[in-house]
Design a protein around this ligand. Structure first.
Ligand code: NAD
Ligand code: GLY
Length: 367
């Protein structure tokens, strides 16, 4: 590391030959040493979006330029509404147009949309090329950049087209979070909060004490939250890379949340907002199934509301929610399955009768 770069944590993710490290710290983007262990490449491409490019692409380019003399920047339109085939194709156009071969290396510089789209393009281009995740939103640093899930949306469902493709490394430079709009900070906190009820009850106490500091972007609080989130995610993914079982708990609140996102049209609610509200619904479902006390569910709801996230779903109507949730990737043969809490800090997946799900929706969404 150069003197201005400070590496706070290195979290390993153990996946045999696909193992890699998540680097967390400040000034990491600018330090050539951050990138020194990456393979040589015929061409390197920084894939980013229209908001992130003017802030960080030049700095990353400067740090990479001695290592990768042939270096291009591919700028995508920002936002969830562009997480689609057209955007993936524009990456292929740029790579093919520049004669990139199988030894090209992609850097996904941005939030979860850039990470998912660039990762998916890397998984498909010439049947798979290497890529690095450089997440610049809180949500991406604690969740989407880690674990190798890549995807785009389909009009009929969120993240329906995708691939598992692990990056070579993840570089979470906390300094980049300073430019993040407040609404995006709150959305990122949803995925931090998620880890507490599913895997670490002690994290709930910590969040109650540090929510203000996180919202104020206190560097120490952010580092702790990002490191703990990545440790939990690395441990879950290390045990079930392709979601044959336990990895599904990382989708706590997402079945309801994805229905909200798709039902309203991608981009109306932020992903983290939909997940925050979805966790309120999933916790209420767990209460109705007799798995947790209502006091536990209310405690989680207070933390979610305290982060500035919505706790009441939009009025899509229970039937529409149910229709959308049958498309969920966890559904089997049309039967919906939900991640539920089996205690604070413990989660599992269960099939649930439609009637109970409808009650949850009616109790937790606008009339
Ligand atoms: P995003 O990528 O849309 O980024 C949010 C907004 O912030 C965008 O407008 C972006 O341009 C801007 N931005 C990014 N970094 C910035 C910075 N440092 N300063 C200022 N502006 C910045 O959204 P997101 O919340 O990062 O990611 C959401 C996506 O992640 C969803 O599509 C979701 O499905 C996906 N996701 C994937 C996984 C996974 O495991 N692959 C996990 C969780 C979420
Ligand atoms: N965000 C859910 C997962 O990575 O499995």
């Amino acid at each position: 590391m150069t003197s201005s770069a400070r590496l706070v944590a290195r979290v390993p993710i153990n996946l045999g030959s696909r193992s890699y490290d998540i680097l967390i710290g400040s000034g990491l983007i600018d330090a050539p040493s951050t990138w020194a262990d990456l393979p040589q490449a015929t061409t390197a491409a920084i894939v980013t979006d229209g908001n992130v490019a003017p802030l960080y692409a030049g700095r990353l380019k400067a740090a990479l330029s001695t290592r990768y003399p042939k270096l291009m920047v591919i700028e995508l339109p920002a936002g969830e509404a562009h997480k689609d085939w057209g955007t993936v194709n524009s990456i292929f156009d740029a790579l093919l147009g520049s004669g990139c071969d199988r030894k090209a290396l992609l850097f996904a510089l941005g939030g979860g949309v850039v990470g998912d789209v660039a990762g998916f393009a890397a998984a498909c281009y010439m049947r798979g090329i290497a890529y690095v995740q450089v997440p610049t939103t809180l949500l991406a640093q604690v969740d989407s950049a880690v674990g190798g899930k890549t995807a785009i949306n389909h009009a009929l469902g969120k993240n329906m087209i995708g691939a598992f493709h692990q990056p070579l490394k993840v570089v979470a430079d906390i300094d980049t979070l300073c430019s993040l709009p407040k609404r995006e900070v709150a959305a990122g906190l949803a995925e931090v909060i998620k880890y507490a009820p599913i895997a670490d009850a002690g994290l709930l106490d910590w969040l109650e004490a540090h929510l203000g500091a996180l919202l104020a972007l206190d560097a120490t609080a952010l580092q702790t939250a990002i490191q703990r989130s990545c440790e939990i995610k690395a441990s879950v993914v290390g045990g079930d890379e392709r979601e044959q079982g336990p990895r599904a708990i990382l989708n706590f609140g997402h079945t309801f949340g994805h229905a909200i996102e798709t039902g309203l049209g991608h981009g109306h609610w932020l992903h983290g907002e939909a997940v925050g509200c979805g966790m309120v619904m999933a916790a209420d479902l767990s209460v109705r199934l007799g798995l947790i006390e209502s006091a536990d569910s209310l405690r989680l709801k207070r933390i979610i509301a305290g982060a500035g996230l919505p706790v009441r779903g939009p009025s899509l109507g229970a039937d529409r929610y149910l229709e959308l949730m049958r498309m969920d990737k966890k559904a089997e043969g049309g039967a919906m399955r939900f991640v539920v809490l089996e205690g604070l800090g413990r989660a599992g997946v269960r099939a649930v009768p439609d009637q109970i799900v409808a009650e949850v929706i009616e109790a937790n969404s606008a009339a």
